[in-house]
Design a protein around this ligand. Structure first.
Ligand code: NOJ
Ligand code: CA
Length: 707
């Protein structure tokens, strides 16, 4: 009977899911789970609004929803309520890899069916999911006669905040997220003084994930989930009313999104709690993504890697083979070029890294600068930069393939596209075949510079689709991928678990060649960028002061943490791909500290956020996958502080040995960053660790059962 009813409506109204029509209803619709309450209403003028409460506190005051389409009318107003449904879901699922073994997905879903009665009469559904730790909602465009191909000009979604919250923000640059965070009140958001990396942002436009803290003690994170076939959402801040409005990254034509029904937007997400650790523990964004589309995931392996990489960033080697410019990809005789003598990706040097990885049981070696084109790769906005299959004359692909195999080490390939994405798309399939033919099963991509197709942005719909296609295409070749300079993640690693990490924020590398990252940076990233997914932050720099690598070029440059804090980042900055980013010779000088990097897992059964405050400190304990071993990472901003960690997560009655890698007594990130001390303690579930963190410092702890 129900089936017949639905089929009937599909035929005559083109609308697949309906309850009883209630066209005249204006009473608000509500949904609630735990402390989180949602109210949806049609305001005068047929504008749809929503509001969110956390217990008695207001998270979002009534805020507008809607979309402006090219060729009116869209869904900006004059809407009629056709019907609504409330359903409930409570299930659990297991990620292929991650921070916890099992994830609960528990929500109330309110679906609101709307109609735009003005000719030609279009249908829109808005689906809300209310979780115990926040709300997600998205727009859905059902299959219908009067809306097939359409263009979204503007999304009208608002987040009207009730007060002048503290915000952790970066400017709303359509092409880069590589900024340090500013902490200010919403009324003070102004991106003008910030040095733009790619493109000047409107002064009050900021990016998501946006982290907010209210004076009445709420922690609120605004982002999106499952960003596919749609531009990224930025937020424009009204510094007087504290209202935020969605700003979609425009395409080259100026319009936001080109869609065909049936289709839907990504989910807009609000994670909220009165405890900061709950925000970091939230699985709301992952839950709003589709389950894995990859059936056999046995080839996807979380891993640690080293790389011919930092030595280029610290000016000890070059990506390029020759010091020639104005090179054409086709027609250049690479063998005839005069080598500059500083090329990092040469066979002997790569072997050195393979030996190091083999000796210390690290899975793989990333090699950047192996392929021709680096002489001329940046800032030219030219299309033919790299072909991804031609090695430099001093990089022996076949020889290194067998050398690595003989040592049980994998090589990881690098594809810098120079943002010439049309060029990359033409060559991707051949490049991936080349990789597999030479036994590479993991790939790091990069999109430095201005996008080709010209006029597109890194975070627009065209590029969003490119990243997703790349995840799909690499999956088809059984390749794991880590994308740099991509759009920031939105939980799609659940759907494509081979898409293991992204950069999409200001990584450790900025410490090598810029003013660097302030000591608080790593306490903010988990509340912002990492809400969407793992980050390839490239932790593990031991040689904190960089002058020794190249005194002239690195004068005054340093990483803005202590050495112990670099260790702690392996726990606090979750990624299933973790680089041991420093040079082998740096690690060889500190084998006792390097032991932590060797031991620390990249895949976990459990995670406890012990203490957290964005911008100040963060302590996380995690249990290794399949083992009764725990690892603790604790980090501080520019202030020294004490952090107590109760070990009540350990198995009661069992005795363990804790190895504590702590800052030295007189350590600090700027004066004495490399001073550390290692001590061992016998502990049980009743013990409390007392960790002393230096200014800009941290502590890392491994806890293993005693036999
Ligand atoms: C920027 C990336 O983030 C970095 O890791 C890489 O080494 C350079 N681009 C060169 O591709
Ligand atoms: Ca601080």
């Amino acid at each position: 009977m129900k089936f017949f009813f639905i089929a009937f409506l599909t035929l005559f109204a083109g609308h697949v899911a309906l309850a009883q029509p209630t066209a005249t209803t204006t009473a608000p619709l509500t949904a609630r789970l735990g402390q989180v309450g949602l109210t949806v209403a049609l305001a005068p003028g047929g504008r749809l609004t929503y509001a969110v409460q956390y217990g008695p506190k207001t998270v979002v005051n009534p805020s507008r929803l809607g979309l402006e389409l090219a060729g009116s009318p869209g869904f900006e107003g004059a809407l009629e309520l056709v019907g609504s449904e409330l359903t409930s879901t409570d299930e659990t699922w297991q990620p292929v890899w991650g921070e916890v073994k099992t994830i609960r997905n528990h929500y109330q879903q309110l679906t609101v069916h709307l109609r735009q009665p003005q000719a030609p009469g279009r249908l829109l559904d808005v689906v809300f999911r209310v979780f115990a730790d926040g709300v997600g909602f998205r727009y859905e465009f059902p299959r219908q006669p009067n809306l097939a191909y359409f263009v979204v000009q503007r999304e009208l979604t608002e987040f009207n905040l009730p007060a002048n919250h503290k915000a952790f923000w970066i400017p709303g640059d359509y092409d880069s997220n590589e900024y340090a965070y500013t902490t200010s009140r919403l009324s003070e958001v102004d991106t003008t003084p910030i040095e733009p990396i790619q493109q000047k942002a409107a002064p009050t436009r900021v990016q998501t994930p946006l982290m907010l803290k209210s004076d009445d003690g709420l922690y609120i994170n605004i982002h999106e989930a499952a960003l596919v076939n749609y531009p990224a959402m930025m937020l424009s801040v009204d510094t007087k009313t504290f209202g935020l409005t969605a700003q979609l990254v425009p395409s080259a034509t100026g319009a936001a999104a080109y869609l065909q029904a049936p289709e839907h937007t990504p989910w807009r997400t609000l994670v909220v709690s009165d405890k900061a650790p709950d925000v970091l523990a939230s699985k709301l964004i992952l839950n709003l993504n589709e389950p894995s589309k990859i059936k056999d995931t046995s080839w996807i392996k979380p891993q640690k890697f080293v790389g011919v990489w930092w030595e280029m960033h610290v000016n000890r080697a070059t990506w390029n083979y020759a010091d020639t410019s104005n090179i054409k990809l086709a027609g250049t005789d690479w063998n005839a070029l005069k080598p500059n003598g500083r090329h990092g990706a040469n066979t002997a040097n790569v072997k050195r890294y393979i030996d190091f990885a083999a000796k210390h049981s690290l899975a793989s070696v990333l090699v950047e600068g192996w392929n021709v084109g680096w002489e001329d790769w940046a800032n030219n906005w030219k299309e033919e930069v790299f072909d991804f299959v031609t090695p430099y004359p001093d990089f022996d692909v076949a020889g290194l393939q067998s050398y690595a195999a003989g040592k049980g080490v994998q090589l990881m390939m690098h594809h810098e596209t120079s943002a010439s994405v049309t060029n990359y798309e033409r060559r991707q399939d051949e490049a991936y075949r080349f990789m597999k033919a030479h036994n590479y099963d993991a790939l790091k991509t990069g999109y430095v510079g201005r996008i080709i197709p010209r006029g597109e942005h890194h975070d627009g719909q065209w590029m969003v689709n490119h990243y997703v296609r790349t995840a799909q295409q690499t999956a088809a070749h059984h390749i794991m991928v880590d994308m740099h300079e991509s759009v920031r993640p939105t939980g799609l690693h659940r759907t494509y678990p081979n898409w293991m990490a992204n950069e999409a924020a200001r990584g450790n590398e900025f410490n090598a060649w810029s003013t660097g990252n302030p000591p608080e940076h790593e306490t903010i990233l988990p509340f912002t960028r990492l809400m969407g997914g793992p980050m390839d932050y490239t932790p593990g720099i031991f040689q904190i002061k960089l002058e020794p690598w190249n005194p002239a070029a690195n004068k005054g440059r340093q990483v803005h943490t202590t050495l112990a804090k670099q260790l702690a980042l392996y726990v606090t900055m979750y990624s299933p791909l973790q680089m041991a980013a420093d040079l082998p010779e740096a690690y060889e000088q500190h084998p006792d500290a390097f032991q932590f990097i060797k031991d620390v897992p990249v895949d976990w059964d459990d995670t406890r956020i012990v203490a957290a405050e964005p911008g100040d400190y963060l302590t996380i304990a995690r249990q290794a996958k399949g083992r009764d071993e725990w690892y603790v990472g604790s980090i501080s901003d520019e202030n020294a502080r004490r952090q107590d960690v109760r070990l009540d997560f350990l198995t009661p009655g069992r005795r363990y040995e804790a190895t504590i890698y702590a800052d030295g007594k007189d350590a600090s990130w700027d004066q004495n960053p490399m001073a550390y001390q290692i001590r061992k303690l016998k502990v049980t579930s009743k013990s409390t660790l007392k960790l002393q963190l230096a200014a800009g410092g941290g502590a890392a702890v491994s806890i293993k059962p005693l036999k």
